[in-house]
Write a protein that binds this ligand. Sequence first.
Ligand SMILES: Cc1ncc(COP(=O)(O)O)c(C=O)c1O
Length: 402
Amino acid sequence: MADAFTLADGPRLFDRLSLQPSDSLLQLIALANADPRPDKIDVGVGVYRDPAGGTPILRAVKAAERILLETQRTKAYLGSAGDARFVELVKPIVFGERAAADDRIVGVQTPGGCGALRLGADLIEKADPDARIFVGQPTWPNHGPLIECAGVEMVKIPYYDTASRRILFDEMMDALKDARAGDLILLHGCCHNPTGADLDLDQWKALTELVSARGLVPFIDLAYQGLGNGLEIDAQGTRMMVEAVDQALVAQSCDKNFGVYRERTGSLFIKASSAEAAGTAFGNLLQLSRTMWSMPPDHGAAIVRTVLDDPDLRADWNAELIEMCARIRSLRARLAAYDERLRYIDGQNGMFSILPLSTDAVLELRESHGIYMADSGRFNIVGLSDENADLFAAAVVEKMNE
Ligand SMILES: Cc1ncc(COP(=O)(O)O)c(C=O)c1O
């Protein structure tokens, strides 16, 4: 029998916690799963789906896993920077071959794009506690919490108007006039989540001019490279801006373009004004990583490294990525062709788009048609299939007509 200890009076530590709202997207997945209607349409969850509705493991990834199983000889610690060869191989994919040898750009492996964003925000806070991050709205709902948890102030600025379906470029540029030298601007490198609306190259150029002239620092989130218009085109804006400025952060994810979501595979790159400053930043990244996850998980990065280091696997990965990208583009084209008011969808990129529907209309579509999309009207294009894309478009257009 355990001894009866006397418990001290006073408030209990965990009783001080307040209830947190549950993640609305996870709730949506649960709701969609529980709906027994066979013709329900789940366009809520943000993963790639093939025509059969699955999220399969890419052939090259499976092959790399087999190779790792046979050849990996140790699970000993790798260190806080993670897999250095993985970072070395990802660097030219993000920045182009010319930047591969640029020693002002350094990177560390992170647990996915989320880890990269959080690490970047922590580094910013450490470098300058007064620096603020300007973030266009709407944005991916986790950006705000990741930035603010690191103790960095977030300033919301306009980016996109859902009703008129256009990027508020002039408004965004105008709002940036309030930024001080050393403040940051968070940008989606491609495939903007949740809107699908990306800056065109002229806009990237104008923004690069403003960022340079005012001494701002870009913090680019590149989570979907290859899923918009291919690996090269999707990186054009990022490359142009990073080349022009002397300081930047790029949070990169392989979770989507390698389909290794749960393996948490990404990296954070810093461009500093000199190789020496980059080396110091690298040392600070290691120290910060050590206090958060100590070392990033290995398996995803080992897979990506194995694929990229093998010409055949690399070619096969490229081919499958092109197939995924083409499927997204063809579903976009199909929706756009359905009705004039959906035409804007084809001019956008990546898996997501926002429909100009009220929350009530979104909920009605859920009730009446079993269509599951986020309350904001954000939907995942590849949640659709060739069979139900037109049914989805018809239901949406009917709602728009009401
Ligand atoms: C815009 C954006 N950035 C970053 C991430 C994080 O990616 P990861 O799953 O690699 O952490 C996501 C994931 O949904 C995203 O949509």
